[in-house]
Design a protein around this ligand. Structure first.
Ligand SMILES: Cc1c2[nH]c(c1CCC(=O)O)Cc1[nH]c(c(CCC(=O)O)c1C)Cc1[nH]c(c(CCC(=O)O)c1C)Cc1[nH]c(c(C)c1CCC(=O)O)C2
Length: 341
């Protein structure tokens, strides 16, 4: 197996910089769009063979050094009693959002075996066939709570923050409930064979540092503490989180995911030897080749040759990204990083 990704995640020196992209499987691929003509996203996830095929596709096509399990951060929410749809171009929409403390108490206890057996089966299939490490993942409690309380994607996060400020006790119960569910979900993924895990706290950067420390950090600390015995590296990722780098790193995660707005060298200087993942601007994949090459080079040099760098985008691949640019970006990371080490 190609274990360059896992070595970098442990902070070890590697012959070249490993690369994978968040949302590397998706609508920018004609092959994925073809599968989507027959299945909706939740249907793909409920068919382990189809999930395995969609997960493998970008690895085979573009030479990524890791695969990420095809699912969504909303996948475990159905079993917890939420009724939701994923609306194209918009994101998850919850038909029975959380409004009151009473709604929090009604959330069902999550069981990975009972509610997401198809996810575990897809992992087992993939582990038999993949030649690169498989990354399992889950949404972080704050990001999940933001969908559950807002009822869908949000711009200003007024409802979720309003609930957090006004109903602190119910908020903490919700965060504890989501933390326990995600520990159960991620532990089951690791037991099924996932080689690494990523926790997506995509929207946490919209909190002030003070609010993060009060309302989120204690739960994140408990989450990462509970994942430690699994013995697999865990990536902790958020976007627009430059002001949260220290408290997020302190909360946990073996690798810190750095988004586009946080300079990688600045992050590395503050994280010491802790491995980092990131942070090419996803829009550079729409740029002329020399501009893309310059962008890749800039990310590699911001890392200043230190071990423990996993190349990624600063956030997910955008719809409409040309597949050839993805292929070229992977090649550039491999060839340019090989020269430097
Ligand atoms: C916030 C979030 C979600 N989902 C996810 C996050 C965290 C990462 C991030 O911040 O980008 C995580 C996610 N979603 C998906 C994956 C699969 C694996 C991979 O990275 O290749 C992963 C890791 C599949 C998906 N999840 C979704 C798609 C879109 C495709 C489709 O409908 O086929 C895919 C491939 C739907 C989804 N699901 C969500 C959104 C905002 C959307 C996009 C809506 C749209 O643009 O139509 C919620």
């Amino acid at each position: 197996m190609n274990d360059v990704f896992l070595r970098a995640a442990r902070g070890e020196a590697t012959p070249y910089t490993p690369v994978w992209f968040m949302r590397q499987a998706g609508r920018y691929q004609p092959e994925y769009r073809k599968i989507r003509e027959r299945y909706t996203l939740p249907e793909i996830v409920r068919h382990p063979e189809v999930t395995a095929e969609v997960t493998r596709l970008p690895v085979r096509q573009f030479g990524f050094d890791a695969a990420i399990l095809f699912a969504d951060i909303t996948t475990p929410l159905y079993g917890m009693g939420f009724d939701l749809d994923i609306v194209e171009g918009r994101g998850p929409v919850i038909h029975n959002p959380i409004d009151t403390a009473e709604d929090v108490r009604r959330i069902h206890l999550f069981s990975a075996e009972a509610h997401t057996p198809f996810v575990l089966e897809a992992i087992r299939i993939l582990k038999r066939e993949l030649e690169v490490p498989l990354i399992g993942f889950a949404g972080a409690p704050f990001t999940l709570a933001s969908y559950l309380i807002e009822g869908g994607p949000s711009k200003n996060f007024v409802k979720v923050k309003g609930f957090m400020y006004a109903e602190e006790e119910a908020w903490n119960l919700l965060m504890r409930t989501l933390t326990n569910a995600m520990v159960e979900y991620l532990s089951a993924q690791a037991a099924a064979g996932a080689d690494a895990l990523q926790v997506f706290d995509s929207w946490v950067g919209r909190l002030t540092r003070h609010d993060y420390e009060r309302y989120v950090a204690p739960h994140m600390r408990r989450l990462f503490e509970a994942l430690k015995p699994l013995g697999v590296p865990v990536v902790h990722f958020g976007t627009q989180t430059m002001h949260l780098l220290s408290p997020m790193a302190e909360a946990g995660g073996d690798v810190i995911g750095v988004d586009t707005t946080t300079p990688l060298d600045w992050a590395r200087d503050r994280l010491g030897t802790r491995p980092v993942q990131g942070n090419l601007d996803p829009t550079l994949l729409f740029a002329p080749e020399p501009v893309l090459a310059r962008g890749v080079e800039a990310v590699l040099s911001a890392n200043t040759g230190r071990p423990g760098h996993i190349f990624n985008l600063g956030h997910g691949i955008l719809p409409g990204t040309p597949p050839d640019a993805v292929r070229r970006a992977v090649e550039l990371v491999h060839t340019l990083s090989e020269v430097r080490t």
